[in-house]
Design a protein around this ligand. Sequence first.
Ligand code: ZN
Length: 453
Amino acid sequence: MEKMYVEDLFRFIENSPTAFHAVDTMKKKLEARGYTGLLESGNWKLEAGGKYYAVRNGSSLIAFRIPKADFKGFQIMASHSDSPCLKIKENPELKSEAYVKLNVEKYGGMLCATWFDRPLSVAGRVVVRENDRITTKLVHMKSDLLMIPSLAIHMNREANDGYKYNVQKDMLPLYGMYGKRESEESRQTDAAGMDFMGMIARETGVNADAILGSELYLYNRMTGSIWGANEEFISAGRLDDLECVYASLQAFLEAEAGCSIPVHCVFNNEEVGSSTRQGAASTFLADTLYRICEALGMTGADYRRALASSLMLSADNAHAVHPNYPDKACPSNRPLMNRGVVVKFSGNQRYTSDAVSAALFCSICGKAKVPVQVFTNRSDILGGSTLGNISGTQVAVSCVDIGLAQLAMHSSYETAGAKDLEYLVQAAKIFYESSVEETGAGEYLVEHCIIHR
Ligand code: ZN
């Protein structure tokens, strides 16, 4: 089972080089299971027992099921579809000597060194004119297309003494060469071959002149790997946060109907602060939950009552203790890979977990027989943030920050524990099947009540 999930995760990651593809991969899985896509511009008619999903700007997705009877609240698991990478700028070709490089900029806080000396390719979306319509096409180049070569040690003897990368100078990927050709005609053919957007258009099956807009990113071509003395580790690109996205979706699909509405929620743009139309700071989740209540004939007060009996998991990977840097971890809370789901706490509430939300989640993990460990930053290290506290300003439900312990966060090739994925799927499945009711001041009833269909 453990390996089956890992191999399925690797397929999910390979099919999801960008947030747009992650949403497309999820849509295909949901539609194969009978889910209906809802347009935000459409009129939502939701039926008891119905299965639905909505997408905002092609890169954030919320899926949910309507129960056959009354429900108590929402069981929301939120994760993010984006990962740090290099974004290709408009008019990208830069000629230097006989080389053609592409002009790129950073998307998110990446570990720059991990993007050098490995095959890279391009994915994203283009928006094209088709007759009188404007339509979106996904772009996924499935060949080794680009490389960012290091400078030889002989030309920078201090390379191993710490290096500050300048994206504009050091990280422009090499795309091709235009040679010295004899005839004017072959020179022109050469130049045409170097037209990057022309190549993208050809490969995507659209007319280059019809492309009106594009968002294209580099991705690491290395596929997932299971490794270690006992195959206890997994490595792949974008584990942060596609591992949580995958676990959330898998558990959502496996879960039986309970007494709450299960909500699988994936936001884009976590890596750049979440404040976009489709990010966690947006109204996407609030709008969706409100529209569910509205379509079921509920009042505004009913909606707010449902929120008070809801629980949200903000699922984003956590830092495992690093084998070479054990001093970087908090002295008393030291998550390890393969030891279970991590609950994250932060005194300044950069993580949403509090005594109540953590207790509610731990009781669910107890039911799922999944071990729980705790992450806190060293008190002298600021640490990262994630989407839970940002989303909480739009949808104020009790929330707990969780994740799986991993190494090399924001590397182009990250490492996690082979066993933990199954732990998270198990915990999330019981979470989706449960309901959390506020029964008094500071009193809650957590029920795992499967309604057999
Ligand atoms: Zn993340």
